[in-house]
Design a binder for this molecule. Structure first.
Ligand code: NAP
Ligand code: ZN
Length: 353
């Protein structure tokens, strides 16, 4: 066992505060990782606020983890002390079922183990995430950080990146694809950068007029304000692929209208009931409305390698751990440019009462 310092929520509406807890002793196939950076996902806020009615407290969030190896179990073969590594949203799965065999561990038939707020498959204990100084993870769920990827900018790829990459690959986004990204936050900005890197023509659909210049700087060709009814009407049938990252209940019909023939809209944001969908809108143009959830270990490694090769780097606002509660508040008002990343060395300055 090792003593770990982190930040935890203790109730749905309280602040995150420092906590000391124990990490398990290394199992044979475990890797111990000192955490250098951890991204702040909107899902962390949802989980802390118990938006999904399943939060176990204390809750230590964080599933965009970058660091280096400090110890390995006796059967670990792929990593050595000192290696630069990363961990995403999953730390275990059954490794037996068809989805696991097909590198889709996030769809494990027996339920994958999330990096936090999950149940460890051996001990049954609640998993605790990356807002902490170190973590112990099964080797099969540890990713290699490529040489050419600056660790300061890698963390958001582990959730925001793979969540948008997976559906873009599945639905064949590529050169000349007409893509719209709804919501320019953590996921949305990665979708813009990755779609541009794949050669797509990208439109950002936003509620924030102030983000238009940023959207273009990120590589978007066009910007649409979702409350500009004229502009939305003019974009009817305009897109082949729409990625909807809105984090709460909303009306998808105004976006569905924008899909052209055989167009696909993928929901990755709101994990809750939506406002009613108009069947006729779906049928017209043979439109498809789909969902997608994070991604498996191997596809995440492929994404890290792609981003290293093409130097696709998330836009990070670096914060100290003491700023985490302000960062959570800013997420609620769409005030993020475009992913908060916690510099975990700032835990050094934290004192426990
Ligand atoms: P984020 O950084 O807060 O960005 C969300 C963006 O959506 C905001 O910046 C804003 O962009 C827009 N938005 C916010 N509220 C809106 C509203 N009421 N109506 C219209 N647009 C709104 O969040 P994120 O980290 O990208 O996460 C987005 C969602 O994806 C969260 O719900 C998160 O839990 C979920 N998620 C899902 C998966 C998955 O596997 N499916 C993985 C990770 C996260 P504009 O200012 O441009 O309008
Ligand atoms: Zn996430």
């Amino acid at each position: 066992m090792s003593t770990c310092l982190g930040f935890a929520a203790h109730e749905a509406h309280g602040a995150l505060t420092p906590i000391r807890f124990e990490r398990r002793a290394l199992r044979a196939d475990d890797v111990a990782i000192d955490i250098a950076y951890c991204g702040v996902c909107h899902s962390d806020a949802h989980q802390v606020h118990n938006d999904w009615n399943n939060t176990v407290y204390p809750c230590v969030p964080g599933h965009e983890i970058v660091g280096h190896v400090t110890a390995v179990g006796s059967s670990v073969s792929r990593f050595r002390i000192g290696d630069r590594v990363a961990v995403g949203c999953l730390v275990d799965s059954c490794q037996q079922c068809t989805p696991c065999a097909e590198h889709q561990e996030q769809l494990c038939s027996h339920g994958p183990t999330p990096t936090y707020n999950g149940k460890d498959r051996v001990s049954g204990e609640n998993t605790l995430g990356g807002y902490s100084d170190h973590i112990v993870v099964r080797e099969a769920f540890v990713l290699r950080l490529p040489e050419r990827l600056d660790p300061r900018f890698a963390a958001p790829l582990l959730c925001a990146g793979i969540t948008v990459w997976n559906p873009m690959r599945r639905y064949g986004v590529g050169k000349g694809s007409k893509v719209a990204v709804v919501g320019l936050g953590g996921l949305g900005h990665m979708a813009v950068k990755l779609a541009v890197a794949l050669g797509a023509e990208v439109t950002v659909i936003t509620t924030s007029p102030g983000k238009a210049d940023d959207a273009r700087a990120l590589g978007a060709n066009h910007v649409l304000l979702s409350n500009d009814q004229q502009a939305m009407l003019a974009a009817t049938n305009a897109f082949e692929f729409i990625l909807d990252t809105i984090p709460s209940r909303h009306n998808v019909n105004p976006y569905l209208m924008l899909l052209g023939r055989d167009g696909v809209m993928v929901l990755v944001g709101a994990i809750e009931p939506l406002e009613p969908i108009h069947g006729g809108l779906l049928m017209r143009n043979n439109r498809t409305l789909a969902g997608s959830i994070i991604g498996g270990v191997q596809p995440t490694q492929e994404l890290l390698d792609f981003c290293a090769e093409h130097q696709v780097l998330p836009s990070c606002e670096m914060i100290g751990i003491q700023d985490i509660n302000t960062a959570f508040s800013r997420l609620q008002t769409s005030d993020v440019k475009y992913r908060f990343v916690i510099d975990m060395t700032t835990l050094r300055y934290v004192t426990l009462e």
